[in-house]
Design a protein around this ligand. Structure first.
Ligand code: CU
Length: 367
């Protein structure tokens, strides 16, 4: 199970501690109220879980904290729990942890004769997933996810790709309706872009919505290592329901970098910050190979778009399955102040006995 590749990592936290996040300067009383609600989720684990250095199989090595030779005393159980909690707390306290490199930054085009031109270079580099953990990445313009491309419905768009990798590649504009020869699939619509070569895509951005761009060549490796990004086509006439104060793209991935949100694993993930009363749009995009049910604490989400297409009737949820290749747009009315956990609810993607990791971030609603 690939989860284990990324569970041998230090400290991360429990939901309860998460909500404290004193370092974020959020009012403690808010978090306190939330604690009660979360408490039942924290049923104490068998003592095994208290062994902080243990890996994901820790529980199977123990049997409820007792052995025939030595039943543990209440003091020993307490000490073990304290030890475990210490690791959870350390992870939370370090959130959002600083790392080198930030992906998903908006790329400004240059305009040539009315065409929006984006230049993108694919290259190999080391990427810091969480503090001190470097992985080999394939990146567009040195970022994982690659730079965010934003155009408007009807724009003429040119994307120039320079391949500095040691393997061929190609770019597919996922969800974007293009002429066939701009679809980016080697041997179906174009030759592969060889190492050292440059290739140009050009099309008119017809269908508004939250789309993606990614490699479509040796993609399990190339997309897993980071050749992906958001491609937004903004509508000419936005609907009232999509008016947002904060517009946040959350790219989900689960390739060789482990479980990541925008190229980072908790506690290096980025919180979404807004003010009480604001409207937050989150655009979930799954570039991975597994379904991730994304769960927001404290508020519901109103689903407005699927793959860029407006829902016939917006609908509410607090947990939303995001399958590979899917994009889901949700609106959140930030009416409940505090620091709210926001995470994948397949728990091995989000938490170990040592605390939270991977697909965890927070929605911070400031008063
Ligand atoms: Cu998940």
């Amino acid at each position: 199970m690939s989860a284990q590749n990324i569970t041998d990592k230090p400290a991360t936290p429990s939901r309860r501690d998460f909500l404290r996040v004193a370092s974020l300067g959020i009012a403690v009383p808010v978090a306190t109220a939330a604690l009660a609600a979360c408490k039942s989720e924290e049923a104490p684990k068998p003592a095994a879980a208290a062994a902080p250095a243990a890996g994901p199989h820790a529980d199977s090595n123990h049997s409820g904290g007792t052995t025939a030779a030595h039943p543990r005393t209440p003091a020993e159980i307490r000490a073990a729990a304290d030890e475990m909690d210490k690791h959870h707390e350390a992870g939370i306290k370090s959130f959002p942890a600083k790392t080198e490199g930030k992906g998903n930054q908006i790329l400004q085009p240059r305009v040539e004769n009315g065409v929006k031109v984006f230049e993108i270079t694919a290259s190999k580099l080391q990427w810091e997933i969480e503090p001190g953990k470097l992985v080999e990445a394939f990146a567009y313009n040195g970022q994982v996810p690659g730079p965010q491309i934003r155009v408007t419905e009807g724009d003429r768009v040119r994307v120039i790709i320079k391949n500095q990798l040691e393997q061929s590649t190609a770019v597919h504009f996922h969800g974007v309706i293009t002429p066939n020869d701009q679809d980016g699939v080697p041997f179906i619509t174009q030759p592969p872009i060889k190492p050292g070569d440059t290739y140009t895509y050009e099309f008119t951005a017809k269908n508004a919505g939250s789309h993606m761009y990614h490699s479509h060549h040796n993609a399990a490796e190339q997309v897993g290592k980071g050749l992906l990004g958001a491609f937004l086509i903004l509508p000419r006439r936005p609907r009232a329901i999509e008016r947002a104060d904060v517009d946040y793209v959350m790219v989900i991935n689960d390739g060789s970098h482990g479980y990541t949100l925008n190229g980072k694993s908790f506690p290096a993930t980025e919180p979404i910050v807004c003010k009480l009363g604001q409207r937050v749009r989150v655009r979930f995009m799954n570039e991975g190979m597994m379904i991730h049910p994304m769960h927001l604490h404290g508020m519901h989400m109103t689903v407005i778009d699927k793959d860029g297409y407006p829902q016939p009737m917006p609908w509410k949820c607090d947990t939303l399955n995001v399958a590979p290749g899917e994009r889901w747009d949700v609106m959140i009315e930030a009416d409940n102040p505090g620091v709210w956990a926001f995470h994948c609810h397949i728990l091995p993607h989000a938490e170990t006995p040592n605390g939270m990791f991977g697909m965890v971030t927070a929605l911070i609603v400031e008063k």
